[in-house]
Ligand binder design. Sequence first.
Ligand SMILES: NC(=O)c1ccc[n+]([C@@H]2O[C@H](COP(=O)([O-])OP(=O)(O)OC[C@H]3O[C@@H](n4cnc5c(N)ncnc54)[C@H](OP(=O)(O)O)[C@@H]3O)[C@@H](O)[C@H]2O)c1
Length: 339
Amino acid sequence: MRAIWITSSAGPAGLEVRESPDPVPGPGQVRVRVRAAGLCFAEVMAAQGLYPDRPKPPCVMGYEVAGVIDAVGDGVADDLVDSRVIALTRYGGHSDVVCVPAGQALPIPDGKDFEEAAALPVNYLTAYHMLFRVACVRPGERVLVHMAAGGVGTAVLQLCRTIDGVVTFGTASAAKHEALRAQGCTHPIDYRTADYVAEVRRLTNGEGVDVVLDSLGGADWRKGLKLLRPVGRLVAYGFANLASGQRRRPVHVLSQIASMPRLTPVQLMNRNKSVCGVHIGRLWDQIPMLRQELGEVLALWEAGRITPRIDATYPFVKAADAHRRILSRQNTGKIVLTP
Ligand SMILES: NC(=O)c1ccc[n+]([C@@H]2O[C@H](COP(=O)([O-])OP(=O)(O)OC[C@H]3O[C@@H](n4cnc5c(N)ncnc54)[C@H](OP(=O)(O)O)[C@@H]3O)[C@@H](O)[C@H]2O)c1
């Protein structure tokens, strides 16, 4: 097998493609020949040593793949062989072959391709889980999402379109605003040249929003809380502000951690606001819930109501360029890796 190894915390420069023997599926597992794997922001942070869940290097990350089952372990039906599936992997997805528990693989609908399939699991599960299970967005509500042009951001915008009358505010670089509107964003905001807090207030006559989906962290969590209307929900689901370019900068990391809001339940009670956390990677063993949510995402995909936006596809040997594209904030939508 071939896989993309993180060999250090040097960012893209520390990635290497290495060969090793193929894994054998254990009891209850299926083995997937990977045709496409998703690249997530968490893996880009992991390569810089900024992702707490990263195993000690050398390690192979990769939360999601699409491919074909070519072998099954004891206790798994033989007729699954040759099925086209998406699979949740933790980790090892950045390989041309990976074994997963059979319950973590779901069939790809007929006529759908592997690259789009690989772009679904993490981004759309995260977006779906936040919007429908945690924040419970209702028709007509206002939702602010950060990193709106990224993989999760575009998934959020598309899923918001499936709820009547939801108004979306998305922060992204100005060059991506047309693409954002095409994904359903009502109000793209260029956070690089404008104060997004002032902009949201202006667009809502000072009222603010019902839901903030914040993957930036640090001082942005503080700002998000201020933007919430009564009964508003802030969902914290990432800390991208820790990344400050191609390399880790410890002083920057510390200043971001210091700028987080300090909250008490009494403050939240008195302000009628909620703060929720979502970390899909730490729900990987909640298979019934994830299968149900992913099943609903697959049904929306099959019905043509959502379509993953692929920014670019890179072969494994160009994985460092794929990481650099995200770190230099060039992508709109998902980056996919192919063996
Ligand atoms: N909790 C969970 O379960 C979960 C699951 C998936 C992802 N996440 C989190 O969700 C966030 C988005 O992930 P993603 O995979 O959708 O991201 P992505 O597709 O890699 O998005 C990257 C884009 O985000 C913007 N950005 C804003 N701040 C950035 C920074 N400091 N460094 C680089 N890019 C930055 C850039 O676009 P602009 O220039 O247009 O702003 C960039 O092009 C990340 O924080 C990730 O960790 C969390």
